[in-house]
Design a protein around this ligand. Structure first.
Ligand code: SF4
Length: 486
């Protein structure tokens, strides 16, 4: 038995009636963070109606929060709560679909869609009906409440704004008109799910999801675990081995395809997935309809912006807003004649829509205000950098800058152009950052300078960007390519 399996089997079996705070919260079970209680609203598919926007804005007002934060799973997060949400608020959230009516499964409603599902001119399949069917299945199967709250299922319709690189436990990727490739999160933590050599018709997708979820449940019942650290799907697959786990799934599967799970290399380069593609104005597959991608700085969405975007969607779109796993929002279904008006109204809310604006460059984890492991106030430092960049630099290509309070890298698992890593090991350097760039084997890239106190970060980043602008081979050379030449 390998080291990981030994540590898994050493975990005590957990009780489903356990009431201790969970590491990954849901709306009924908040977690305790440094800044107070932390809770999450699962937004299946990241799709919100105007009524839900109104309800969220009212909720923020009632509990005295200025903003809600879009997470990198396109859910919503409330921080710094001083108490649990009152029962009448929970009832209101349930009534408008912002919480599961079955409290056992609220935490596993991590359903990620391509944020342009159904409107993407390049997609093979509109995956929204599949996501709806999966949500319905979860609501009818409270026994799945035993799964980790991190369990997440992705549906990628094969369009221009894909989510196949997002670290879901399981993703169904449309590869033809009636064909999906099954990808499982069997790699390292934070890596994209990998194809396992199983292709399915659309009708077989729900039976396959159900079979995997039920096999995962059986695996947890056998392995056991702690309620705060339930085994992930990858832990269960490793425990059995992929062939034996595939056998379990096959016994549960009611579809007609015959399959065995095999590790396969990805069919395409997942690094080609571009997190900026949804920003700005884009033509939809529907005639005379456009969607507008809107930047939410660090995923922060203020009360007035929530109600404002909802109202814009109701007046000029189809009444819905979509959240993205890059912590932004999309207003779909706007007519060409209304584009200018809508762009103006979005700007009036203080929101930008371009991928080269400093607000769209940044990712940051909770930092010292919210996380006990953080060495730095990543959120405040990222906002300070955005303000400094806005005053001092004009970008002609998007960049990605990632602040991480420790090496766990919660906010972004893939490599950024520039990473600022909070120093946790050396007490005298605690509170400073190590700035790293470029592509090398190290997790965050190449270390390019000494430790930086937070106040020196903005000027150092601006110098780097100026060097890139002055010394790149041509306007097409990316920052990563430039950094790798140094
Ligand atoms: S990356 Fe580290 S410091 Fe930041 S939220 Fe995650 S665990 Fe906390």
């Amino acid at each position: 038995m390998g080291k990981e399996l030994q540590s898994l089997s050493a975990i005590e079996p957990f009780s489903l009636t356990e009431t201790s705070p969970r590491i990954c919260p849901d709306i009924y079970h908040p977690a305790i963070a440094r800044d107070g209680l932390l809770t999450r609203l699962r937004i299946p598919g990241g799709v919100l109606t105007q009524l839900q926007c109104v309800t969220i804005a009212e909720l923020l007002e009632t509990i005295g929060l200025e903003y809600v934060q879009v997470t990198n799973r396109a859910n919503l997060q409330l921080r710094s709560l001083d108490r649990d949400l009152e029962p009448d608020l929970l009832t209101k959230l349930t009534e408008c679909g912002l919480a599961a009516s079955n409290t056992a499964v609220d935490g596993i409603r991590n359903i990620m869609l391509s944020p342009t599902a159904g409107i993407d001119a390049q997609e093979s399949i509109d995956v929204r009906p599949l996501a709806d069917a999966w949500l319905e299945y979860l609501d009818l199967h409270p026994e799945l409440g035993i799964l980790s709250n991190k369990f997440s299922v992705g549906f990628d319709g094969g369009g221009s704004v894909g989510i196949i690189d997002r670290p879901n436990d399981l993703t169904l990727l449309a590869v033809a008109e009636n064909e999906f490739s099954l990808h499982l999160g069997i790699g390292e933590r934070g890596s994209a799910p990998l194809p396992v050599g199983v292709n399915l018709t659309t009708d077989e997708c729900l039976p396959m999801l159900a079979a995997i979820a039920q096999s995962y449940r059986q695996g947890i019942e056998i392995i056991g675990g702690d309620v705060r650290r339930k085994p992930r799907l990858r832990d269960v697959i490793r425990h059995y081995g992929s062939i034996e786990f595939g056998e379990l799934v096959r016994r549960e599967f009611t579809g007609s395809s015959h399959f065995i799970f095999k590790n396969r290399p990805p069919e395409h380069d997942i690094s080609l997935v571009n997190s900026d593609l949804h920003l700005g104005v884009h033509r939809q597959r529907q005639t005379d309809r456009y969607y507008l991608g809107v930047v939410l700085l660090l995923g922060r969405w203020t009360r007035s912006q929530v109600s404002g975007l909802g109202a814009i969607a109701a007046r000029y779109g189809s009444g819905s807003i979509r959240l993205t796993p890059w912590q932004n929002a999309i207003v779909p279904d706007v007519r060409e004649r209304d584009l200018q008006t809508v762009q103006g109204l979005i700007s009036d809310l203080g929101l930008v829509q371009t991928a080269t604006h400093p607000s769209s460059l940044l990712r940051a984890c909770a930092g010292t205000t919210g996380c006990q492991y953080s060495a730095t106030d990543t959120q405040a430092d990222a906002i300070a950098l955005a303000e400094y960049l806005e005053a001092n630099v004009t970008l002609d290509r998007p960049l990605n800058i990632h602040f991480s309070g420790c090496d766990k890298s919660c906010a972004q698992h893939d490599r950024a152009d520039i990473t600022l890593w909070g120093e946790t090991e050396s007490p005298e350097r605690r509170g400073s950052y190590r700035l790293e760039i470029g592509e090398v084997a190290a997790k965050f890239g190449r270390e390019s300078s000494d430790f930086l106190p937070p106040e020196r970060v903005p000027i150092s980043v601006v110098k780097l960007i100026e060097a890139y602008h002055d010394c790149r081979l041509n306007a097409q050379e990316s920052f990563q390519a430039f950094a790798n030449r140094q």
